[in-house]
Design a protein around this ligand. Structure first.
Ligand SMILES: Cc1ncc(COP(=O)(O)O)c(C=O)c1O
Length: 384
């Protein structure tokens, strides 16, 4: 359960992200233990939160990283990860990013199309390097999640359809500077049911058989990320159920000797340890609603505006036993700048401090300066 040291938090200029580092550490400890039971490899998806201190903490638990840009590769190297701990995914890798990854001697490129494969081969040949490559498969599995964060359906831009796999493999095997050694999948994010992961396991088994038939020797099997967290009750469920998650793959996937299973969780590692702390500027009576206007905006935490995502909101300072129903909105000049509609909260006043919970993943990472606002600061529980 996340802990809020109120006296210290009150003194800091709002809005800011507050990270409970002991919750992050116990989450990482659990991930390392549960994945370690089966000899699985875990690569933290940096996109969820590239904060330097978070990356250093992740590295201390022996995880690798999953990057989707040259900037993320640089952030990983700056935090002390080695090239051998880096996977590099993404549909649109630039030449400069490919060169950077080859220079760092990364573990694997997750490649999403034949033109991308040809380009990596050409650059690797020019640099006299061998590029280790996993083909990203679009398995056509419905993750039953928000349309913007489902990635494994036929109509999504990600990966290669099963019908094009043979052609991809045949071309890759002929390329001198490509070592086709892996398969990669990622079906989507915030997945809370077992079923999509079970279907994924079955697709992986089929794909491995097809790869073998096509003559590819596969050692890296990467099943991506996607494990969801409890946004409605982060105190009751401050950690995702990693034990059942890894067990599902251990029970359902049969790998050949020498094949390693890799995971790329982002949200489930950092989501619950972070909160956006914001101050109440005004409480306003609208024609039909009461608004709490806070000093954080959609530029600080974009998920509610982007996905209509719900984050639990706690009033950290109100002592009122009475509650009321409010819309909690920010100061940005957009109607989408609304953190919660019809949220039941204790009676709230100007100056109260609110915590917008479960904001450690895709929160600070997506913040912008829209409306010429400052980027939110990051505050760590062990730095107070
Ligand atoms: C390729 C890839 N791997 C891993 C992740 C991390 O997903 P999550 O944060 O849901 O675990 C993502 C997220 O979009 C992704 O695109």
């Amino acid at each position: 359960m996340a802990y809020f040291p109120l006296e210290e938090l009150r003194k800091i200029e709002t809005p800011y992200y507050y990270y409970d580092m002991s919750l992050l550490r116990s989450t990482l400890q659990t991930v390392a233990e549960q994945a370690g039971k089966y000899g699985f490899y875990v690569h933290y998806a940096i996109k969820a939160n590239p904060n330097h201190k978070i990356l250093e903490t992740v590295r201390n638990y022996g995880l690798g990283v999953d990057c989707v840009s040259g900037g993320e590769i640089r952030a990983a190297l700056d935090a002390g990860f080695t090239g051998g701990q880096i996977m590099f995914a993404g549909v649109g890798k630039t030449d400069a990013e490919i060169e950077l990854a080859l220079d760092a001697n990364i573990k694997c490129f997750n490649v999403e199309s034949v033109p991308e494969l040809e380009n990596i081969n050409a650059i690797a040949s020019r640099m006299n390097r061998m590029a280790h490559v996993a083909v990203r498969i679009n398995p056509d599995v419905d993750a039953h999640t928000h349309q913007y964060i489902t990635t494994g359906l036929k109509e999504n831009k990600f990966g290669i359809g099963l019908d094009l796999l043979d052609e991809f493999v045949a071309k890759a095997l002929k390329m001198k500077n490509i070592d086709l050694c892996g398969v990669h999948f990622h079906i989507g994010s915030q997945i809370c049911d077992k079923e999509p992961f079970e279907m994924l396991c079955d697709k992986v088994t089929d794909v491995l058989a097809a790869m073998e038939k096509a003559g590819a020797l596969i050692s890296i099997v990467d099943v991506g990320g996607g494990l969801g967290i409890d946004y409605n009750d982060p105190d009751a469920n401050s950690m995702a159920d990693f034990e059942s998650y890894f067990k599902l793959f251990a029970d359902r996937l049969r790998l050949k000797p020498g094949q390693q299973l890799h995971f790329e969780p982002g949200r489930s590692i950092v989501g619950q340890c972070g909160s956006l702390i914001t101050k109440v500027l005004y409480v306003k009576e609208g024609a039909s609603k009461k608004f709490i206007i806070v000093d954080a905006g959609m530029n600080d935490l974009m998920r509610p505006a982007l996905y209509r995502a719900h984050h639990k909101i706690d009033n950290l300072t109100s002592t009122s036993a009475v509650d009321d129903v409010y819309d909690v909105v920010g100061p940005v000049c957009e109607s989408a700048d609304c953190f919660a509609a019809d949220e039941r909260l204790p009676l709230t006043e100007r100056g109260d401090l609110l915590a917008i919970r479960s904001a450690g993943a895709y929160g600070e990472a997506m913040a912008s300066c829209y409306n010429c606002r400052k980027l939110p600061a990051s505050i760590f529980s062990d730095g107070l």
